[in-house]
Design a protein around this ligand. Structure first.
Ligand SMILES: Nc1ncnc2c1ncn2[C@@H]1O[C@H](COP(=O)(O)OP(=O)(O)O)[C@@H](O)[C@H]1O
Ligand SMILES: [Mg+2]
Length: 294
C-alpha cells in the first residue's frame, strides 16, 4: 500500500500556485499534515481524493496514476472534506444509508456496517435525530462515519477538529488513534496538539511547499536546547516579538514571560526549556529572518 506524490503543483486561475513541487511517499500510518491557513493542505487533499487534478506532477496509488485511472483509489478511499455539509432533514441512519447506496454497498452489508460505525463514532442514541440539530462535534463524527463506510485503505480528513470544543477534540483524537492500522490516514490541521499523540509521521506545508517530512521525534529534536524562557519588560515586548520567534507568552506583574525558539540564548538570564512539538512546528515554518539575535 503506497501513495506516491511526485512533484505535484496546483495552479489556480492561471497564475496563483496553491501548491508547488510537492514530493512525498506515504505508507500505512497516521500522517499529520500541518500548515498555516493557505499553506495548500486542502489543495493537496482534494488532489489525493481525485476531486481535482494536479497542474504539474502526478500521484500514484500502488504505482497507478490516479489522474489517468482514479477507480482503484476511489474504491478504497474515505474522504472528509473541510467544508463537509450534511442534509439537515435526514437523520444519521438515513444519511448513512443514502451514502452507502451511492458507494455501491448492498443493503444488508450497509446495515451491518452502519450499526458498527454508529457505535465507533458514539452516535447510536442520536441515530434517529435530524442532522440539522447536531452539534459541531456530532457532525464531524457523522462525517468520519461516512468516510469509513467502505473500510477505506486511504482515509483523508481535512481539518476535522475546527469548531470542536476541547472535550470533542479529545474524543475525536481518540477515535482517529483507534482507526490507525493497516491503512494510510492523512489528517490536516493547523493545530499541532491535534496530531501530537496520534501521528506517526508529519508533513509540513507552508506557502504551497513541503517544508518538512519528518516524525514527531525528529521534529522535536530540531529544537532541542533551542527553547528559552525569558521575562521581558512590557515596553520591550514589541521589539522582542519582532526580532525573535515567540511561541508563547504569559503576562506577569514584572513584565511578560516569553517562550523563545532560537539557537542562542536571547539574553544572559534566559533559561532553557524543554521543547514541545508546537515550538518545533513554529520553528519549521518560521522565516530564516525570525532567528535574529539583538
Ligand atoms: N479554488 C481556488 N481558487 C483559487 N485559489 C485557491 C482555490 N483553492 C485554494 N486556493 C488558494 O491556494 C492556496 C492554498 O489554499 P488551501 O489549499 O485551501 O490551503 P489550506 O487548506 O492549507 O488553508 C491559498 O492561497 C488559496 O487562496
Ligand atoms: Mg484547508
Amino acid at each position: 500500500m503506497e501513495l506516491t506524490i511526485d512533484h505535484v503543483g496546483k495552479q489556480y486561475g492561471g497564475e496563483r500556485w496553491g501548491l508547488r513541487e510537492v514530493t512525498l511517499t506515504l505508507r500505512p500510518g497516521v500522517w499529520g499534515l500541518l500548515g498555516p491557513n493557505g499553506a495548500g493542505k486542502s489543495s493537496l487533499m482534494r488532489i489525493l481524493a481525485t476531486i481535482t487534478c494536479p497542474t504539474t506532477g502526478s500521484v500514484r496509488w500502488n504505482g497507478e496514476d490516479i489522474a489517468r485511472n482514479p477507480n482503484p483509489l476511489r474504491a478504497v478511499l474515505g474522504y472528509l472534506p473541510q467544508d463537509f455539509g450534511v442534509y439537515p432533514h435526514l437523520n444519521a441512519l438515513e444519511f448513512l444509508h443514502y451514502l452507502a447506496a451511492l458507494k455501491g454497498l448492498d443493503h444488508r452489508t450497509a446495515s451491518r456496517r452502519i450499526d458498527e460505525l454508529l457505535q465507533v463514532v458514539n452516535l447510536v442514541d442520536a441515530r434517529k435525530r435530524p442532522l440539522g440539530g447536531y452539534s459541531g462535534g456530532m457532525r464531524q463524527r457523522i462525517g468520519i462515519a461516512q468516510a469509513l463506510l467502505n473500510d477505506p485503505q486511504l482515509l483523508i480528513v481535512d481539518e476535522p477538529t475546527v469548531g470542536l470544543d476541547p472535550e470533542e477534540r479529545v474524543r475525536f483524537r481518540t477515535l482517529l488513534a483507534d482507526l490507525a492500522g493497516e491503512r494510510i490516514v492523512i489528517l490536516s490541521t493547523h493545530i499541532v496538539s491535534d496530531i501530537e499523540s496520534v501521528a506517526s509521521a508529519i508533513a509540513i506545508l507552508d506557502g504551497g511547499r513541503l517544508v518538512a517530512q519528518t516524525t514527531p521525534e525528529a521534529l522535536l529534536q530540531q529544537v532541542e536546547g533551542k527553547v528559552w524562557d525569558w521575562v521581558v519588560p512590557a515596553d520591550e515586548l514589541g521589539r522582542v516579538r519582532q526580532q525573535h520567534l515567540v511561541s508563547g507568552m504569559t503576562r506577569r506583574a514584572d513584565g511578560t514571560r516569553v517562550r523563545v525558539v532560537q539557537a542562542r540564548p536571547p539574553a544572559p538570564q534566559a533559561q532553557r526549556l524543554l521543547p514541545t512539538l508546537e515550538d518545533a512546528y513554529l520553528f519549521a515554518v518560521a522565516q530564516p529572518s525570525a532567528e535574529v539575535t539583538p
